[in-house]
Design a protein around this ligand. Structure first.
Ligand code: C5P
Length: 297
């Protein structure tokens, strides 16, 4: 996941995720919701540069949309490790932001996961995956999945992970409408009784194992659409447009507002992308993120 480059100690890719299914089984006593969700990494990536030196922990970014103080999950991740290992040295974290912010794509979580992973290597701390996952869960519910990568069924708050086999390569068009959504507010407004049809995760997983893209598409379902679409009807409109452009199915990712269309081939996704690009400022043509195709080594 890392490679040395000329002007920084470590450059890392931090991939976004989409939720192919998202079911909520109930509310927990700790205020969180019990989930059963299939998460899938895509090749829309932030790039993180980590540079040792100085006396301070510093975050900077090409994006004015993210905080660079303790509010930033990547900052929190570094702070957590530095406290755990009593690190006295400084660290500069640069985040090249390409993943839309407040979009349901785990942009902040993947940056944090990558910083945990990167610091572990850069400072030779020797933490194993279990320890990293544990630290990740303390930062945010999506961080453990971002550390694990690939495709996984996530239960509990999102931290109980079952990795899935690689599955069929997916080709998608992502559309992020021109507003952000607060994950917390969406979960707070969620009402189980408003859900007509919950995801059938066993059926989804069977289709996944069989490389059956038609049924993978068919079984895509996200119960949080009941909240986000009611508040932002534009999400339903984007779904319709993606379907009209040839998508096998279209779904909101996470708590939204990003919607993705899944296509039978890269060519079909490419054609739809051209169409959506004319309508939306933030449209992306993406595919599954394959570890073997990583550009950071
Ligand atoms: O864990 P994280 O801080 O990313 O979650 C953001 C918010 O989303 C939480 O404060 C909570 O309101 C909501 N959430 C939830 N149940 C989950 C995950 C997140 O209610 N399983």
């Amino acid at each position: 996941m890392n490679y040395p480059c000329q002007d920084c100690s470590q450059c890392l890719e931090a991939p976004a995720k989409v939720n192919l299914t998202l079911d909520i089984l109930g509310k927990r006593t700790d205020g969180y919701h019990e989930l059963a969700t299939v998460m899938h990494q895509i090749n829309l990536v932030d790039r993180i540069n980590l540079k040792r030196g100085g006396t301070e922990l510093r975050v900077s970014s090409n994006s004015a949309l993210i905080p660079v103080d303790e509010e930033n999950l990547a900052y929190k991740a570094a702070q957590l490790i530095f406290e755990k290992f009593a690190v006295r040295e400084g660290l500069q974290i640069y985040i090249e932001k390409n993943i839309p912010v407040g979009a349901g794509l785990a942009g902040g979580s993947t940056d944090a996961a990558t910083v945990l992973y990167g610091i572990n290597h850069l400072f030779g701390l020797g933490m194993g995956l279990e320890t990293l996952l544990d630290l990740g869960a303390r930062i945010g519910s999506d961080v453990p999945f971002c550390l694990l990568g690939g495709t996984a069924l996530a239960c509990g708050r999102g931290e109980i992970l079952t990795p899935l086999t690689e599955g069929p390569p997916l080709h998608m068009v992502l559309v992020k409408p021109d507003f952000q959504i607060s994950t917390r507010e969406v979960y707070q407004a969620f009402r189980l009784e408003k859900v007509n049809k919950s995801p059938d995760n066993p059926a989804f997983l069977a289709a996944w194992r069989n490389y059956d893209i038609i049924n993978v598409a068919q079984e895509m379902n996200n119960v949080l659409e009941t909240v986000s679409i009611e508040e932002h009807p534009e999400i339903a409109l984007i779904k319709q447009q993606l379907l009209a452009s040839g998508a096998l199915n279209a779904l909101m990712s996470g708590s939204g507002p990003t919607v993705f269309g899944l296509y039978a081939s890269l060519e079909e996704a490419g054609r739809a992308f051209k169409n959506m690009q004319d309508k939306y400022k933030e449209a992306f043509l993406v595919s599954s993120y394959r570890r073997s195709e990583r550009h950071d080594g």
